[in-house]
Design a protein around this ligand. Structure first.
Ligand code: T46
Length: 136
């Protein structure tokens, strides 16, 4: 049986009467040393993003506000997951085509990455991605 493409990580919450506090730390919710953090926000209505895979990069995506749907494709199967909680992260490893759809207007998607930005690590053509996974 093939394993799921969706790897969720529980992010510890320390809520109290004052509100919420969520922690992503190495050895806890973070499975790698973070070298870059970016966040996607202010996404316009009916806009989708992504449409690429990475050759090496590992990322943890946390929807800290609102919601977004991620569609994942490993070259054979496609799976979709809605992120709508700051208590859960989605791991996106290498060789996983990903698309982001259905952003809510208030969505803030925070992404922790294990390397600096490198355009050479992107595969932005779906046919090229399929050839890449079937040749490796
Ligand atoms: C990913 C998904 C989840 C930079 O200059 N530095 C950066 O660290 C990033 C992430 C992007 N950029 C530049 C490159 C483009 O000119 O920002 C512009 C928008 O990037 P892109 O079109 O790749 O954005 P998304 O939302 O399609 O993809 C992003 C990440 O790039 C990607 O690694 O996995 O979010």
């Amino acid at each position: 049986m093939s394993h799921s493409l969706i790897h969720k990580i529980t992010i510890p919450q320390h809520g109290d009467a004052r509100g919420e506090l969520s922690v992503a730390e190495l050895g806890g919710a973070l499975p790698f040393v973070v070298r870059r953090v970016y966040w996607i926000h202010g996404t316009k209505l009916d806009v989708s993003r992504g449409f690429h895979a990475h050759k090496q990069l590992r990322q943890l995506c946390v929807c800290v506000a609102g919601s977004v749907r991620l569609s994942l494709f490993d070259g054979r199967r496609e799976e979709s997951v809605v992120l709508d909680s700051s208590a859960q992260g989605l791991l996106i490893g290498p060789a996983l085509w990903h698309e982001m759809h259905d952003f809510s207007p208030d969505c803030v998607l925070m992404v922790f990455a294990d390397a600096e930005y490198d355009e050479a690590d992107y595969i932005r053509d779906r046919e090229q991605f399929i050839r890449h996974v079937h040749s490796s």
